[in-house]
Design a protein around this ligand. Structure first.
Ligand code: C5P
Length: 201
């Protein structure tokens, strides 16, 4: 028996932090599926290369440097619109979800496409301004000299592409619980998600 928790949502809504905390709490594995698209983007210059990179992706590729940069993020959302790239990454994600005792996968299409039978589906969101502010603070803390306006524009451009692509667009699954973190501390968001999961176990 495995237990799958799907956590989707737009950029910088808090999915990653919540997913890590939830996985640690329940002793489950955690896969940040955005890293797959980032790793493909980091290895590819065009669509054909991206498909080839997706088909030959290994877990070691997810540990490559610079995958967290804003440039790789934008490029990731471009390769993520290529159906062949998405198709090549499906089995990697589902294999992870099958591992016991349970798994948390976070991304954009986990509840809708990758794990439609997940026991719990959560869609984490927050206002554009709050998400941009959080990402800006993170980048600044990491030594970046970017501006808030540049980060806001980046986040919006990426969400726009993710929501409007034909294949597996970003949207809540019909049976997802929406968690808006705009006015929640990280602790409050994590504990409400943990309570929700416990109520389904
Ligand atoms: O989550 P993260 O910001 O690292 O994702 C980078 C990009 O990868 C997203 O903007 C999106 O285009 C793509 N992605 C996706 N499906 C997922 C996870 C990420 O299309 N499940």
């Amino acid at each position: 028996m495995t237990f799958t928790i799907a956590i989707d949502g737009p950029a910088a809504a808090g999915k990653g932090t919540i997913s890590k905390a939830v996985a640690a709490h329940f002793g489950f594995g955690h896969l940040d599926t955005g890293l797959l698209y980032r790793a493909v983007a980091a290895r590819a210059l065009d669509g054909a290369e991206a498909t080839e990179a997706a088909r030959s992706l290994t877990p070691e590729d997810l540990g490559a440097g610079n995958l967290r940069s804003a440039e790789v993020a934008q490029q990731a959302s471009r390769v993520a619109a290529i159906p062949e790239v998405r198709a090549a990454l499906v089995e990697f994600q589902r294999a992870f979800a099958r591992k016991g005792p349970g798994a948390v996968l976070d991304g954009r299409d986990i509840g809708t496409v990758i794990c439609p039978d997940a026991e719990v589906k959560i869609f984490v969101t927050a206002s554009d301004e709050i998400r941009a502010r959080r990402r800006f603070d993170e980048l600044r803390a990491g030594g970046s000299s970017t501006t808030y306006d540049a980060v806001l524009a980046d986040v919006k451009a990426r969400d726009e592409r993710d929501m409007n692509r034909a294949d597996a667009p970003l949207k809540p699954a019909v049976d997802a619980v929406i968690v808006d973190t705009s006015d929640l501390s990280i602790e409050a968001a994590v504990s409400s998600v943990i309570k929700l999961i416990q109520s389904r176990m």
